[in-house]
Design a protein around this ligand. Structure first.
Ligand SMILES: NC(=O)c1ccc[n+]([C@@H]2O[C@H](COP(=O)([O-])OP(=O)(O)OC[C@H]3O[C@@H](n4cnc5c(N)ncnc54)[C@H](OP(=O)(O)O)[C@@H]3O)[C@@H](O)[C@H]2O)c1
Length: 301
């Protein structure tokens, strides 16, 4: 089988590429950086510039499934311009692929796209299933709604759609985890706010397995991509500290301070979403890392 991956060069993408190759799945990928282009037998890069509507149409050759990961990081300061980039890098890219396929003879039958649990409103009590009708009314909710709406348009050209609502990805190669773990290692880690906010996490290895599982099992629709046991920010911080044999000595970081420092983006640290993974479990998927203590042990050797 051959898949086309957007965002293949990123944190999650690289892990999925590795797994595809282990399963003899050939990978085409789209990149906005000409210096990231390679041309190996099972890993071929194609250039695109979504903002200018440019895409190398050869990327679709013999591709059956698209794994759509592209997106500007949400962990950079949310200026008005950058907010637009966060939206465009998801919506404009999705539209460009869709419009290109409308004009091309192709073999694509399925798109499996990243989405995010940021669609669910901040809550200490709610336990979110995919069927939840509650939607965050802030910027993150707006991004996810536009992103999912754009991806769902593939149904109009008879391409099956899967959306994986990803939680906090734990990886020792990048993303949030080193940013949380390193200060703790240096003895300057602290809990955010009262630490009660839910963090619905997923180990990167399980996330990559989940993407290839959905491709291979041809699952469609919405799936929460989080491990079965979300934890509080307090538990996450202390589990890392315990593993590193460090003490959390600093006082909790107050919300107003981070709001002053980060603006609207502080919600990434203080937002609370307890998200349920039952739907994917019911299809037979098994997580390798479903316990935070064990996941941390695996990530910090
Ligand atoms: N990591 C998490 O905790 C997490 C949680 C929830 C959802 N997600 C979602 O999962 C997806 C992948 O996440 P990731 O952590 O792997 O991200 P990442 O490491 O930042 O990689 C994203 C890739 O997207 C491309 N890209 C970045 N900015 C772009 C722009 N403005 N226009 C076009 N392409 C752009 C880049 O590829 P090229 O340089 O090759 O073009 C980059 O390698 C993202 O959509 C993210 O929102 C991630």
């Amino acid at each position: 089988m051959k898949v086309l991956i957007t965002g293949a060069t990123g944190l999650i993408g690289q892990e999925i590429v590795k797994l595809c190759h282990q399963s003899d799945i050939d990978v085409h990928y789209l990149t906005t950086s000409k210096n990231k282009l390679t041309s190996e037998k099972n890993y071929k890069g194609y250039y695109w510039n979504p903002n200018l509507g440019e895409i190398d149409l050869d990327c679709f050759k013999d591709v059956e499934v698209i794994i759509h990961l592209v997106g500007a990081s949400v962990a950079k300061r949310w200026t008005n311009n950058y907010k637009q980039e966060i939206v465009n890098s998801r919506v404009v890219t999705t539209n460009l692929i869709l419009e290109s396929l409308k004009k091309e003879k192709h073999a694509v039958r399925h798109i499996v796209s990243a989405s995010a649990i940021g669609i669910y409103p901040d809550s200490f009590q709610n336990y979110y299933m995919e069927s939840s009708l509650k939607e965050d009314t802030g910027f993150l909710g707006e991004v996810v709604k536009k992103w999912e709406t754009a991806v769902n348009e593939f149904k109009t050209i008879n391409i099956e759609v899967s959306l994986l609502r990803i939680g906090l990805v734990l990886s020792n190669k990048g993303g949030a985890f080193p940013k949380i773990a390193n200060p703790i290692k240096q003895g300057i880690g602290a809990v955010f706010g009262d630490g009660k906010q839910w963090q619905s996490w997923i180990h990167i290895e399980d996330l990559a397995r989940l993407f290839t599982y959905v491709v291979e099992e041809e699952l469609t629709g919405l799936y929460n991509a989080v491990a079965p046991n979300p934890v509080s920010n307090y538990k996450l911080t202390h589990a890392i500290a315990d593993h590193l044999a460090k003490k959390i000595v600093l006082p909790n970081v107050p919300k107003f301070m981070m709001k002053l420092a980060l603006g609207d983006m502080h919600i990434l640290l203080f937002g609370s979403q307890r998200v349920c993974s039952d739907k994917i479990l019911e299809t037979g998927f098994r997580f390798k890392h479903d316990n935070i203590t064990q996941a941390i042990e695996d990530l910090i050797l």
